[in-house]
Ligand binder design. Structure first.
Ligand code: SF4
Ligand code: SF4
Length: 226
């Protein structure tokens, strides 16, 4: 569709690193929408080098994380407005979401839409992993009444026997199992352990809301050109 190609071009120019479309009409938590547009933004490598060196998060990472969230939220707002003008009711799902019913779940799973769009898979760490960027990518999502179909087939889980994130996690939150699509996140990842550890140990860095060690060690990202 010409409008979608134009939208993609604009989002690339705004800094998006991954863009995907998916049919979410069968998802139970689709909020009544039928399509999702996934917008991914790659985090910069410098901050993961700092995490590996520091054996934990840094202020610079926290600020970068927030900058990327802001950029994603602006792109999602632009996208929803673009679709709205085309006549399709749409809503944005912010990059960093909180819920008043479950502190560890957002209003809609960015990762589920990204996987349905064929952009990558859910790693042992419970985060989204892509061939291009490993886990170094954050997302915002736009839900829409525009009918959409994925441009790529769903990717297989490529974690294999790798256990690097399991070994790196200081909280013991990663259980070391390969994720099976459709299973609850709890089968591979303990969100409460991760969150408690960050709050207790990194309160002086980003108010205990970031860590990044499982992302920094993931070998699926091959590094940016220097
Ligand atoms: S963010 Fe840190 S504490 Fe949480 S799972 Fe990853 S490595 Fe473990
Ligand atoms: S570190 Fe290894 S096991 Fe963990 S998400 Fe990356 S590839 Fe998968």
């Amino acid at each position: 569709m010409e409008e979608l190609e134009k939208l993609k071009q604009i989002l690339w120019e705004k800094g998006a690193s991954l863009i995907g479309f998916s049919d979410i009409s069968e998802l139970p938590d689709n909020k009544g929408y039928i399509g999702a547009i996934t917008i991914g933004y790659k985090l910069l490598d410098e901050y993961f080098e700092q995490i590996n060196e520091n054996k934990g998060p840094t202020f610079e990472y926290f600020h970068h994380y927030r900058d990327v969230n802001t950029a994603l939220d602006q792109m999602a707002l632009f996208t929803a407005t673009y679709l709205d003008r085309l006549g399709y009711k749409s809503m944005t799902i912010a990059a960093s979401q909180s819920s008043n019913t479950d502190p560890y779940k957002g209003a809609f799973s960015h990762k589920t839409a990204a996987v349905l769009a064929g952009l990558g898979w859910i790693g042992k760490s419970g985060i989204f992993i892509s061939d291009e960027y490993g886990g170094r990518v954050r997302f915002a999502t736009v839900l829409t009444m525009m009918p959409l179909k994925a441009e790529k087939p769903i990717s297989e889980n490529k974690c294999g026997n790798c256990m690097l994130c399991f070994k790196a996690c200081p909280a013991g939150a990663i259980l070391g199992k390969n994720y099976v699509m459709g299973d609850a996140r709890e089968t591979i990842f303990d969100a409460e352990k991760c969150s408690s550890y960050m709050k207790k140990n990194y309160q002086n860095v980003g108010r205990g809301s970031v860590c990044g060690q499982c992302i920094a060690v993931c070998p699926k990202y091959k590094g940016s050109k220097s």
